[in-house]
Design a protein around this ligand. Structure first.
Ligand SMILES: [Zn+2]
Length: 139
C-alpha cells in the first residue's frame, strides 16, 4: 500500500470525509422533513446489488437522491489532488466516479429517477429540486 496514509494531511482529509451523515445531507433532510416529505435514508434500491445505497429514497415514487462528497467523488470545483501518492488518489477517485455512473445507470434501468448533487450545493436548492421531482408529472 505504500505510505499514502502516513502523511498527517492525508489522514485528516480521510477522517473528515468518512462521515456518513454529512452536514449538507443533514441540512437537506431537515428541510425536506420540515416540509412534510418522508424519505428513507441510506436506502438500498437494488435487490440484486445490496452494496449500492442512495442517500435518500422516495421508494413509492422511485426517486433516489445522492449527495456526493466533493472529495471522494472528485468534484471539479473542489477536489484537489494530494501532493503525494498521486497515482493512488487519481485511481481511487476515478473508481468512485465510475461506480457513481454505474449506480446511476443501474437505478435508471430499474425505473428510478436519479437526482445527483454535490455537497457544495445549497441545501435549499437541492431540497427544491427534489420537491420539483416529487411533484412533477413523472411522479
Ligand atoms: Zn464541490
Amino acid at each position: 500500500m505504500g505510505s499514502w496514509a502516513s502523511s498527517e494531511n492525508a489522514r485528516l482529509t480521510m477522517r473528515a470525509n468518512r462521515a456518513r451523515d454529512t452536514k449538507p445531507e443533514l441540512a437537506v433532510r431537515r428541510l425536506l422533513h420540515a416540509r412534510g416529505r418522508r424519505y428513507r435514508v441510506s436506502y438500498r434500491p437494488l435487490p440484486q446489488d445490496r452494496r449500492r445505497s442512495v442517500d435518500l429514497a422516495f421508494a413509492r415514487k422511485k426517486i433516489a437522491v445522492l449527495i456526493d462528497g466533493c472529495y471522494w467523488h472528485g468534484c471539479p470545483e473542489h477536489f484537489i489532488m494530494p501532493k503525494s501518492n498521486v497515482d493512488y488518489w487519481s485511481a481511487k477517485i476515478a473508481r468512485n466516479r465510475e461506480r457513481d455512473a454505474e449506480t446511476t445507470l443501474l437505478l435508471q434501468e430499474a425505473g428510478w429517477t436519479v437526482l445527483r448533487f454535490w455537497e457544495h450545493e445549497d441545501p435549499e436548492h437541492i431540497a427544491a429540486a427534489v420537491e420539483r421531482a416529487l411533484d412533477g408529472p413523472a411522479g
